[in-house]
Design a protein around this ligand. Structure first.
Ligand SMILES: N[C@@H](CCC(=O)N[C@@H](CS)C(=O)NCC(=O)O)C(=O)O
Length: 210
């Protein structure tokens, strides 16, 4: 998601890939950058190590004055923007992580399908509310104005795109199609959707081993 923001903002950066399947996110070297051991992290031009995806995205938008991604503090849309963004990171993301790492929420492998199903149901409940808000005042979270909130929502929804569970959510699909048609984002989303489809249809998703 951070790479999408860097692309949208035409920001120069150097990418250093951390392979979570090889546990590189828990290496001594990486823990000096993010002691919590999650990717992504960003080292600023001044050498400050930042972590937490949405914090990094907000930082980049504000630091590079990408007002098309994040309304300024004095703009009317700022409140709605923050509430939309925090809904994605506080409500949708933890549920999606439960869906992707179900074994972390169960002591018994036999329970995994149920843990996943409950997580998916919770995700769909959350999407239903978001869909209602978008259908009242869309096509974006801020009406006609695209922002980071739409990008974040689309990123997470892209992970369950292959499941075909989005049919009832016309407003979310419309928002996502608009986001995915942005020239810089389109190839990134196509890659994301395809990658998820392939890895999740395999017998065992690679990250379920983590
Ligand atoms: N709250 C963190 C969570 C980041 C996160 O969950 N990253 C995943 C990859 S997308 C990760 O590091 N997974 C490795 C693991 O769970 O062991 C953020 O928003 O940046």
């Amino acid at each position: 998601m951070v790479e999408m923001v860097l692309a949208e903002g035409n920001i120069d950066y150097q990418l250093r890939e951390i392979d979570i399947l090889k546990n590189e996110h828990r290496s001594t070297e990486f823990l000096k950058i993010n002691p919590f051991g999650w990717v992504p992290a960003l080292i600023t031009a001044e050498g400050v190590a930042l972590y937490e995806t949405h914090a990094i995205n907000l930082y980049l938008s504000e630091r590079h004055q990408l007002v098309h991604l994040a309304p300024r503090a004095d703009e009317t849309e700022r409140g709605l923007f923050l509430s939309g963004l925090f809904t994605i990171c506080d409500d949708l993301e933890p549920v999606m992580k439960r869906y992707y790492y179900p074994h972390r929420f169960s002591l018994n492998d036999a329970d995994i399908p149920r843990v996943k199903q409950i997580a998916l149901n919770d995700a769909l409940d959350c999407l239903k509310v978001i869909d209602g808000r978008l259908s009242e005042n869309g096509p974006y979270h801020l009406g006609d104005r695209f922002s980071l909130v739409d990008l974040s929502l689309s990123y997470w929804v892209a992970l369950i795109y292959y499941l075909d569970v989005l049919k009832p959510f016309a407003a979310i699909r419309q928002c996502m199609n608009l986001v995915m048609s942005r020239p810089k984002l389109q190839p990134m989303f196509e890659y994301q959707i395809e990658w998820n489809k392939e890895s999740l249809q395999s017998a065992k998703a690679p990250w379920s081993m983590l």
